[in-house]
Design a protein around this ligand. Structure first.
Ligand code: NAP
Ligand code: GLV
Length: 288
């Protein structure tokens, strides 16, 4: 940031007196309300659910992080997780470890496989585009209808049922809000195709954990790749550890890169100082 904005004075909140223009935060620090002249709050996360939006100063615009490297990282993770199921690597990994037997699964074409994505925003939209390029059938669920080439756009409660019924691999990339909490639950899994797969890269609180274990036991789901959890780090002894149907990754699907993120943060600082609308400004009333 100093290289991009040489005149910027960067201070730690404890040494900030009571006058700062812009706050860069991950969680809401105690005492943020004392800065009466704040012009913007910039979240250093792509999601803002870690912030208690009700406690933020009113009328100060809030933006979340957008970073091309983070988006690219999310595309890689989702492509890898989808292809692992698509090409049965999860099965071959297990058979390799268990000493066989030799088992031959005829590969399907990508065009024969439907991947559903909950959330078609910054990240879900980019992942959808990548999977379309790889040849998959892709459907996405969002609040507003989308026109993304090759993506079937689903909305509303019927759209959610539709996407559950058509997806063989389902990726969750929704933001966590009161409307989306526990959306991956028994009722939703009951609508999914028998033997389908879940990839959760949204937030842990999207998933009703006991309902996932139920769906796996019932065979409704054949496996799950989970990057986010209700409690992180995932506690020792949690039933997800050691369950061979579940792949646990440590909230690593996508991380911001300091170099590329700094370009974006610097641009938002300039906009805030000019009194312009921020990039990726959060609609606090919607919660994302
Ligand atoms: P975004 O641009 O705000 O997109 C959110 C999408 O979800 C939009 O398409 C939105 O619909 C849809 N949506 C929100 N509420 C909905 C509802 N109630 N019903 C239907 N659709 C709804 O967010 P993003 O940048 O793509 O990020 C998504 C989430 O990914 C973040 O909030 C964060 O939790 C997670 N994330 C995870 C990692 C990781 O490493 N695991 C990294 C970064 C981010 P509209 O387009 O119609 O508004
Ligand atoms: C990570 O999960 C983020 O929201 O940036």
């Amino acid at each position: 940031l100093k290289r991009r904005l040489p005149d910027l004075r960067l201070v730690d909140i404890d040494n900030a007196g009571d006058a700062i223009d812009i706050a860069l935060i991950w969680k809401v620090p105690p005492g943020l309300e004392r800065f009466g002249n704040l012009r913007a709050i910039l979240s250093l996360g792509a999601g803002v659910d870690q912030l208690d939006l009700d406690t933020l100063p009113k009328n100060v615009p809030l933006a979340r992080l957008k970073d091309d490297s983070l988006t690219a990282c999310m595309i890689d993770y989702c492509r890898l997780a989808v292809l692992r199921y698509h090409r049965d690597f999860h099965l071959y990994e297990r058979l390799s470890r268990e000493g066989g037997p030799w088992r031959y699964e005829l590969p399907k074409r990508t065009s024969e496989r439907c991947v559903g994505i909950l959330g078609l925003g910054e990240l879900g939209g980019a992942v959808a585009g990548d999977l379309v390029s790889a040849g998959f059938q892709v459907a996405g669920w969002s609040r507003s209808r989308k026109e993304v080439a090759g993506v079937r756009s689903c909305i509303g409660p019927e759209g959610l049922e539709e996407i559950a019924a058509m997806s063989e691999i389902l990726i969750n990339l929704l933001p966590l809000t009161p409307q989306t909490e526990n959306i991956l639950n028994r009722q939703f899994f009951s609508k999914m195709r028998v033997g389908s797969y879940l990839i959760n890269v949204g937030r842990g609180r999207h998933l009703a954990e006991d309902d996932l274990l139920w769906a796996l036991d019932e065979g409704r789901l054949a496996g799950a790749t989970l990057d986010v959890f209700r409690t992180e780090p995932l506690p020792a002894g949690h039933p997800f550890w050691g369950d061979r149907r579940i792949l646990v990754t440590p909230h690593i699907a996508a991380a911001g890169n300091p170099e590329t993120a700094a370009d974006y943060v610097a641009e938002n600082i300039r906009r805030a100082l000019r009194g312009e609308r921020l990039l990726n400004q959060v609609d606090v009333s919607r919660g994302y």
